[in-house]
Design a protein around this ligand. Structure first.
Ligand SMILES: C[S@@+](CC[C@H](N)C(=O)[O-])C[C@H]1O[C@@H](n2cnc3c(N)ncnc32)[C@H](O)[C@@H]1O
Length: 211
């Protein structure tokens, strides 16, 4: 399956989730709020919140990350971008009382920001080959690096997810944490953290450029 076909199918997949479960963690394919929050906690570690900041949420869904950051009492301007218009509309609707929340489907409308966070956007590859999906991820990381001037973070399922590799699903992408750590270190910054210690079958990478 080509990447374009995969993207189209993924759009349908996530749109159906949103239709079924609304603007809730299940509506963006998490098991529940704890699974989502636990991951946001890792991703947000790239942020230095002492000063007001700007942040792009890349693949924002309906903007649950906004609520997470807002609950912390941090001062920020938030730009959520998602490929799916329905997600963006749901994000705008549920955050209309917040002047610091902005949502779009158009990447050209997203400004460079201090930080970029990308949660759970690389996990499903469907029939795309491992190599093609990895190449797509690397291209997306390069774009993310341009948008987050002080740093960015992302997560993905880990290839260490099960001793018995046969249990891994062929439609999901299980990345190699060491490969991605090395890629980020060589291409984006000397200051890279690999977090693989939070009890889930995924890992988070923080790329810091403001150290
Ligand atoms: C599993 S959901 C996660 C949503 C949100 N990040 C969260 O953690 O609550 C993945 C979302 O990323 C979006 N997405 C995936 N790849 C994207 C890309 N390259 N650009 C923009 N949005 C993307 C999908 O449309 C979907 O809404």
């Amino acid at each position: 399956m080509s990447l374009e076909q995969t993207q189209k199918k993924l759009n349908d997949y996530f749109s159906e989730k949103l239709d079924a479960f609304g603007a809730t963690p299940k509506g963006v394919d998490y098991n529940g709020p704890q699974a989502q929050e636990h991951r946001f906690e890792q991703l947000s570690k790239v942020i230095h919140p002492e000063q007001p900041f700007t942040v792009v949420d890349y693949g924002s869904g309906y903007g649950a990350m906004f609520d997470f950051l807002q609950k912390k009492g941090w001062k920020f301007e938030y730009y959520g971008i998602d490929l799916i218009e329905k997600m963006v509309l749901a994000g705008r609707e549920s955050h209309k009382e917040f002047p610091n929340a902005h949502f779009t489907t158009d990447e050209n409308e997203v400004p460079q920001a201090d930080y970029l966070l990308a949660g759970a956007i690389f996990n499903i590859k469907l029939d795309t080959s491992y190599e093609d999906w990895q190449a797509f991820v690397l291209k997306t990381l390069a774009r993310m690096n341009q948008l987050g001037t002080k740093g960015f973070s992302f997560n993905m399922l880990t290839k260490y997810s099960d001793a018995d590799r046969m249990a891994q699903r062929p439609d999901l992408f299980y990345g190699d944490p060491l490969f991605f750590f090395d890629f980020c270190k060589r291409n984006f910054s000397r200051d890279v953290a690999l977090l693989h210690d939070y009890g889930l079958y995924d890992f988070t990478i923080l790329v810091r450029k403001d150290v």
